[in-house]
Design a protein around this ligand. Structure first.
Ligand code: URA
Length: 241
């Protein structure tokens, strides 16, 4: 059945990352280490689906995976390259570039695991580490419960994966642990779907050299530290538990 709503004019043209979008006005200026996906109407449509509480689990998986894929691709755009000259089948020389250095993913359990498949789709046989951080009941601070990293993580670029940046506590602890394993801040890229301005501010002031690639910056946090408008609990939406 046709919708009674008039079609919304497409936003044209797509915006470069860090453009002065109105939905980012509440975090003005955007910290220099923060990069958003181009805030196009198509991207907003994907977010509208995954934010909707009526969206089925199947659609939540499909559309959140689409956003994750875009985020991973954007994250990879921030990796350095070196000059590389090759010869094409025509016999012509082509002065291009090649990837520099190895990467690995580190997912913050459990929601970050949902982003692993998106990384594997674009980086063949990528190594992936895991980190489990939970609130310490005594101190109320984020506490490391488990970590497993590739043995050579110190020589890799790290894509840190966690879908929701709320207060920033887990991500800050995760970067602390990754740094303790020999990875400098400059080689860590934190990728998430939705950020709260509060978490972004705390995270970027603690680690100004860690790049943050976020799909959308929301209004803020509620009293339970959920992102508003957000999408609820990402793990629950994704795993239905
Ligand atoms: N984690 C979630 O899954 N959702 C939020 O809104 C905040 C943290």
């Amino acid at each position: 059945m046709a919708s009674s709503q008039p079609p919304r004019a497409p936003v044209a043209p797509p915006q470069p990352a860090n453009a002065d979008n109105t939905n980012l006005a509440h975090l003005n200026p955007l910290p220099q280490s923060v990069f958003t996906l181009p805030q196009t109407a198509q991207l907003e449509a994907l977010y509208t689906i995954i934010r909707d509480k009526e969206t089925s689990r199947g659609d939540f998986l499909f559309y959140s995976d689409r956003i994750i894929r875009l985020l991973v691709e954007e994250g990879l755009n921030h990796l350095p390259v070196v000059s590389r000259t090759i010869e094409t089948p025509t016999g012509a020389k082509y002065e291009g570039v090649g990837f520099l250095g190895k990467i690995c993913g580190v997912s913050i359990l459990r929601a970050g695991e949902a982003m692993e498949a998106g990384l594997r789709e674009v980086c063949r046989s990528v190594r992936i580490g895991k980190i489990l951080i939970q609130r310490d009941e005594e101190t109320a601070q984020p506490k490391l419960f488990y970590s497993k990293f590739p043995p050579d993580i110190a020589s890799r670029y790290v894509l840190l994966l966690d879908p929701m940046l709320a207060t920033g506590g887990s991500a800050i602890k995760a970067v602390e642990v990754i740094k303790e394993n020999g990875v400098p801040e400059e080689r860590i890229i934190f990728i998430n779907l939705i950020s709260a301005p509060e978490g972004l501010k705390t995270f970027t002031s603690r680690y100004p050299a860690v790049k943050v690639i976020t799909g959308w910056i929301d209004q803020g946090l509620n009293e339970k530290a959920y992102i508003i408008p957000g999408l609820g609990d990402f793990g629950e939406r994704r795993y239905c538990t």
